[in-house]
Design a protein around this ligand. Structure first.
Ligand code: KIV
Length: 279
C-alpha cells in the first residue's frame, strides 16, 4: 500500500494565506458549526473554516442571521475549534456586535478568540465606521477578515439577498471599500454575490486574498456554506451553488431504513444485544 505523506499539522497563521495568494494556490474554505463536521473538514485538509453567522439559518432555524448572538457564536466556534485542532478558524462577529462602539466590538472579538481558541474574526461592511473598527481590532492584535458585497446582516437595508456591485458607481464604491479594508489591516476579504468581472478586478487590486461566494472563478479562494455544499438543504438552489454530495438523500434513506428495521423487528438483532454472563 502506498504511504500517503502526512500533511503538516501546524495551524496556519493569517499571513500564510497571503503567501498562498502570491503562489497562486487557491484557498478552499467551508463554513462549519459543530465538532463532528469540523473533524471531517480538518481531516480532509480544508484551508480555513468559517464559523459563519449563517448558523442562524442553517442550524438554529431562523430566517436570517440577525438573531444570532455573540454567545451563540462562542458556543459553536468552541465546538468547531475542538473538532478541528489543525485548521485556521475564523468566527463571524454577529449582528450589532460590531456596530455599537469600537470598544464593544473589541470586547466581543476578544471574548470570541479567548473563549474559543479561534484565530480570527470576520466583520461585515466597508463603510468608514467598519474600516475604523477593523483598524482598532488589528491594532489590538486581532486578525480580521472583511466581508463585502452582499452582507447578510444588512439584508433589510440592501433590500434582499441580491447581487451587489452592479453598475459603475456601485463597483467603484466596492473596490474602494476593499482597498480601505486592506489598508486597515484585514488579512483577507470575503466577497459575496458580486459580478465575476468585479470580483476579478478586486482580487487583482488587493495583495490580501479575496475569498468568493457567488463571485465567480477569479477570486483567490472560494467559500461555501457546508450544509449547502453537501446537499443537506435541497430547497436552496442559487445559481452559484454546486452540490458536492447528497446528504439530505443519504440521511433520509438512513432514517427510513432505521424506522423500517425497528417496526419489522429486525433491529436490534442478537449481535446488538448483551449476554447476561459476558462483560
Ligand atoms: O455566515 C456565513 O456563512 C458567511 C459566508 C456566506 C461567507 O458569511
Amino acid at each position: 500500500m502506498t504511504e500517503i505523506p502526512a500533511r503538516p499539522r501546524t495551524v496556519p497563521r493569517a499571513p500564510d494565506f497571503r503567501v498562498m495568494k502570491e503562489e497562486g494556490r487557491p484557498i478552499a474554505v467551508l463554513t462549519c458549526y459543530d465538532a463532528l463536521m469540523a473533524g471531517i473538514l480538518d481531516g480532509a485538509g480544508v484551508d480555513m473554516i468559517l464559523v459563519g453567522d449563517s448558523l442562524g439559518q442553517v442550524v438554529l432555524g431562523h430566517d436570517s442571521t440577525l438573531p444570532v448572538t455573540v454567545d451563540d457564536m462562542i458556543r459553536h466556534a468552541g465546538a468547531v475549534v475542538r473538532g478541528a485542532p489543525h485548521t485556521f478558524v475564523v468566527v463571524d462577529l454577529p449582528f450589532m456586535a460590531a456596530r455599537v462602539s469600537e470598544e464593544d466590538t473589541l470586547r466581543s472579538a476578544g471574548r470570541i478568540l479567548r473563549e474559543t481558541g479561534a484565530r480570527a474574526v470576520k466583520l461585515e461592511g466597508g463603510d468608514p465606521r467598519a474600516v475604523a473598527t477593523v483598524r482598532r481590532l488589528v491594532e489590538a492584535g486581532i486578525p480580521v477578515q472583511g466581508h463585502l458585497g452582499l452582507t447578510p446582516q444588512s439584508v433589510h437595508t440592501l433590500g434582499g439577498y441580491r447581487v451587489q456591485g452592479r453598475g459603475e458607481e456601485a463597483a467603484r464604491v466596492l473596490l474602494e471599500s476593499a482597498r480601505a479594508l486592506e489598508d486597515a489591516g484585514c488579512f483577507s476579504v470575503v466577497l459575496e454575490l458580486v459580478p465575476g468581472p468585479l470580483a476579478r478586478e478586486v482580487s487583482e487590486a488587493l495583495r490580501i486574498p479575496v475569498i468568493g461566494i457567488g463571485a465567480g472563478a477569479h477570486c483567490d479562494g472560494q467559500v461555501l456554506v457546508l450544509p449547502d455544499a453537501l446537499g443537506l438543504n435541497p430547497g436552496f438552489t442559487p445559481r452559484f451553488l454546486r452540490r458536492f454530495a447528497d446528504l439530505h438523500g443519504e440521511a433520509l434513506r438512513g432514517v427510513e431504513a432505521y424506522l423500517e428495521a425497528v417496526r419489522d423487528g429486525s433491529f436490534p438483532g442478537p449481535e446488538h444485544t448483551f449476554d447476561a454472563d459476558s462483560g
